[in-house]
Design a protein around this ligand. Sequence first.
Ligand code: BGP
Length: 471
Amino acid sequence: MSKVTIAIPADFILGAAASAWQTEGWSGKKPGQDSYLDLWYKQDRHVWHNGYGPAVATDFIHRYAEDVALMKQAGLTHYRTSINWSRFLLDYEQVIVDEEYASYIDNFLDEMLRQGIEPMICLEHYELPAYLLETYGGWQSKHVVELFVGYAEKVFARYAGKVKRWFSFNEPIVVQTRVYLDALRYPYEQNTDKWMQWNHHKILATARLVQLFEQQGYRRDGGSLGVILNPEVTYARSSAPHDQKAAHIYDLFYNRVFLDPLLLGVYPAELIELLRLHGVEWHYDEQELDIIRRYPVHEVGINLYYPHRVKAPSRQWNEHTPFHPAYYYEPFELPGRRMNTSRGWEINPRIVYDMAQRMNRDYPDMPWFIAENGMGIENEARFKNAEGEIQDDYRIDFIAEHLYWALKAREEGARCLGYMLWAFTDNVSPMNAFKNRYGLIEIDLQQQLRRQPKKSAAWFARLSAARTLAL
Ligand code: BGP
């Protein structure tokens, strides 16, 4: 017997997310259309999963009609994915569209609209063209900002009749943090100047897109231009001032660095001051700051998986190495925490409610939704029943518990527009290919990528039909 039931408002999004690169596969890709992730996968066979990876991915490019039918069956109201910048154009400088890829996008969007599922489209979900990285150093260059705007203009002109909700980036902080702050990926260079320059140019590019979108009348026609961020709910080890300071600075460098300029139009003064104090050099001018001030986003998607916990640092920073924000904090592992051991992430559904409180307090005018939340599990085939259906009760519980806090916050007045699961089908993760499975729908790699709904897919369909969550 359920103990709690909570109503799901009629306009509340119940959707799922994915991205182009993680699902489409390379079929039809022309020479020169690599994204920077394609290059990485081509160079390093270790990241593939038993030979499976982005080359075929889930073969969405050929199987979208089947997948859209399954979306309908699973009761999705919305589906979020991206257009792959590195494939949409044949020439990034002259902005020449690849007609073959662009018509596939047309057909796929038409199929969604036919089935009554609203598309939400991101213009960059880890799909920076490799050419732009190699030629200009990627987002280091202001020219790349202009090329991104040119690409977006073509995309809006072609699809604005089919798509209302657009997003500039998915998790724009991630790539440069892995590459230039933590030096975990090629070119393994710790360079905080570059980290901040990439941040700034992605923020500027988003503001330029909002400007373009409004000036060309898409906003007036009921469209919106948002961004998908991954702010982490950050808990300090204790209420002692040194631990609180660690959490405060972590929040400044990893959350407010994008939230404040994109939602409020200004960088936090304290962040700018700390960057100056530590000699971090990045280029911006008054005109750019003015564009950021005048064109905040219309809505924000928030990817939320786990809480981040920090404590005061115990070691001394070496003044001769480039500045890293970890000068101010150290990770802290809460003893006895509930874990998803496949992914090494803490499970704590309460983060949804705490994020809602934070949005109410710091960004009260901004509509937001959970753009990703989900559970990646290794080797899920071990949970198949006699009929071959994966019995993913752990995923049902995970979704229900997180959704509950979103609905409760909404009841109490939060501007939470909905919940999107990562992911609709299993797909390719940039970090570990097909190792961790997130989908409502299994992609069976042994059976020519056969789609097999998991137990959670039927549960989601019932939830969507009943518009009531029971747990
Ligand atoms: C998010 C990304 C997704 C997706 C997800 C799961 O950060 O936006 O693209 O991959 O994380 O994480 P992972 O694939 O690393 O397990």
